[in-house]
Design a protein around this ligand. Sequence first.
Ligand code: PLP
Length: 455
Amino acid sequence: MHTWNSDLEQLAASVIGYASERAKLAKDPRWGARDATELAEALDGVVNESGVGGHAALELFREVLLPACRPMDDPMMVSYVPTAPSIAATLFDMVVSASSIFGGHWESGAGAIAAENQALRWIMDIAGYPEEAGGCFVSGGTAANLAALVTARQRWLVRNPGDERRDRLAIIATSGAHASINVVARVLDVDVIPVGTDAVGRMTGDLLESALGGIDRQTGPTPFAVVTSAGTTNSGAIDDLAHIAPICEREGLWLHVDGAYGASVLASPTHRQRLAGIDQADSFGIDPHKWLFAPYDCAAVLYRDPSMAALAHSQKADYLDFVDPTDFNPSDYALHLTRRARGLPLWFSIAANGTDAYAEAIDTTMEVAHGFAARVRKSPAFELLLEPQLSVVLFKRIGWEESDYDQWSKANAEAGTALIVPTKWKDEVCFRICIVNPLTELGRLEALLDDMGEE
Ligand SMILES: Cc1ncc(COP(=O)(O)O)c(C=O)c1O
């Protein structure tokens, strides 16, 4: 199992050959979930005492298992938040797997961590974060939100030692905040104080002020953090960070920006201004596996002052005494010890392609999303429900019932034409597209509108 032989030589050629074919986008948009019984039958007996051999297992993966997974990088997958890893990033992901890097501590993974930090520094520079800022790569936006809010609570505890209000703390968030925020609140055992949104789905400074004014400071929960969105998942709404930040500063509230989907727009000098004020946040998250062309699972949490994160997260044990705490140890900045150097594929792709290529790719996706919105706006069969703030477009086919949306969606997903699933905006069923793939063509999306527009 651990010694090289000629069979493994052939297997390596097959695995690498297959992986590069897939990276060349060899896939079928009709791929998708299969019945569990069908998959159980295909897998029956494969895990046994002597194994089936690598070639047979690879064949099973190629022929049965992978086709039972939706190719989320297909250009016509425009639902949820899809993915569009660059080819360089995908290929380098294999290198990371082959390299057995322990990315938790500088002592074991210095070379990888230095490169990851270079990629993070670029992200922090385009966000306007100061020199002392820092953070680490984590598995996803959920993990980034959790790490940031654990740190936020830590700061409140440090600032309010022995305060009895610690038993009833709260975060403040809008209903547009990602579902993971409620889960994080549950994990931290804190309340969520709701704050309203304006007509286009954004938290504004005024709305935050009125939520703060509505809290009963004697009997109510004590807020310690405000969670904003730099692009809500459902509508792409960007909270008014520039006006929210000074209020958080005045109130001693930690400002976290969930930029899992939207913070990638910082890569574009043309669109960066949309996130004005992010530089004043205490922390923000970003998912390069969503809109910054990295393969799963690549997200990051970044802190304006990482020292509080280290206080909240660093793990101490006798067997870890050898680790130098003055080094930059990524395990200090989120909930993990062992850590895959999952930022390396992003670093490699930036190094290979240059940051201008990233700006261009973001601009292309924005042009397609806004071009699509323009086409919806001028068609009498459709209603554009919201001017796109990022690359999400919400629209309605006039006269359609919920069942019409469902039918169209299922039929087109099965045919492999496109994945567009219905959502709701202001309680009304509608369609939503989210463009993160620079290969998504406006013409193909417009053809879908033509198809929906036919009576
Ligand atoms: C705004 C936002 N935050 C958090 C998440 C959760 O990210 P992940 O699925 O990487 O945990 C998502 C996922 O879509 C998101 O869009």
